[in-house]
Design a binder for this molecule. Structure first.
Ligand code: ADP
Ligand code: MG
Length: 292
């Protein structure tokens, strides 16, 4: 059978096999200094957390030391990384509100020796309000990370900050601490709605709080190649951000959505599934784009 008379399913399977083979040999360059990356988009459910944990896990599997800071009170990133985040656990809340050093709240992810996580517990839900009257309210996470990087010997190559779906003080702390913002965009109707607001916010942060932060990537998530809508949205996003959109596109995949219920990323749960392959490709693209 040649490619020409293959059914769409057979073509898709051949494509996955080919990409899986390429990934078997793949490597990713390590950055010369720690890349601090905020995953942000004020819309909920667009794939911020899924992207944070899966790119983190894929890079860790390729040999990078990776820290994920869960900054969403829901604690979904902590769950996916298999890190406990009940109210009795100390996490990012205690660090940014209580000034507990970050090094004391970093936990090992049981699934990968190179992967650590600062969990978010329900305590963090109050932080948005507590920060309002706190001194240095926008720079608390930045200070905690700086102190951490000055303390630890084996500095992480990557720190990913999983932001909550809002543009409040927690997200502001993430944008102030980061050098890069990575924006997952769901391939659905209204995908770009609100994105201008995120861009305006980042511009404000650049001006007043953190001149070195910039948007370094846009990733299309939950893409369904069978629908015209997904294709149209993808084209529109590419037109909008020609240099920022990643070549890698994350398909909608059941394996990706199942993984967190096993306290795993798709990289642990089903490495060679369509979603696992796409996130590993995105992780390599992420690593390559950051090394200039
Ligand atoms: N590629 C995907 N395929 C299928 N389901 C996905 C995919 N990416 C994310 N999801 C699911 O969509 C929901 C929202 O994703 P999530 O990463 O939590 O978004 P956010 O952090 O932006 O709120 C979750 O239930 C997640 O499991
Ligand atoms: Mg999330």
């Amino acid at each position: 059978m040649t490619d020409n008379d293959a059914t769409p399913l057979a073509t898709e399977l051949m494509d996955l096999t080919r990409r899986r083979e390429i990934l078997r040999e793949a490597t990713a360059p390590l950055p010369p200094s720690t890349r601090i990356v905020a995953l942000s988009n004020q819309k909920g459910g667009v794939g911020k957390t899924t992207t944070a944990v899966n790119i983190a896990a894929a890079l860790a599997k390729l040999g990078a030391r990776v820290l994920v800071i869960d900054l969403d009170p829901q604690g979904n990133a902590s769950t996916a990384l298999g890190v406990e985040h009940t109210a009795k656990v100390q996490g990012v809340y205690e660090s940014i509100i209580g000034s507990v050093p970050l090094v004391d709240v970093v936990r090992q992810s049981p699934n990968n020796a190179n992967l650590t996580c600062v969990p978010a517990t329900i305590n963090l839900a109050g932080a948005e309000i507590e920060l309002v009257s706190a001194p240095a309210r926008e720079t608390r996470l930045k200070s905690a990370i700086e102190e951490y990087l000055a303390t630890v010997e084996d500095k992480p190559h990557y720190i990913f900050i999983d932001c909550p779906p809002s543009l409040g003080l927690l997200t502001l702390n993430a944008l102030t601490a980061a050098n890069e913002v990575f924006v997952p965009i769901q391939a659905e109707y209204y995908a770009l709605e609100g994105v201008t607001m995120l861009w305006d916010n980042i511009a404000m942060v650049q001006k007043f709080l953190n001149p070195r932060v910039s948007i370094t990537g846009v990733l299309l998530t939950m893409y369904d190649p069978r629908t015209n809508l997904s294709r149209e949205v993808a084209d529109e996003v590419k037109r909008h951000f020609p240099n920022l959109v990643f070549r890698s596109v994350i398909p909608r995949s059941v394996r990706v959505s199942e993984a967190p219920s096993y306290q795993q990323t798709v990289i642990d749960y089903d490495l060679d599934s369509a979603g696992g392959i796409a996130y590993r490709e995105a992780a390599i693209e992420f690593a390559e784009r950051g090394v200039y």
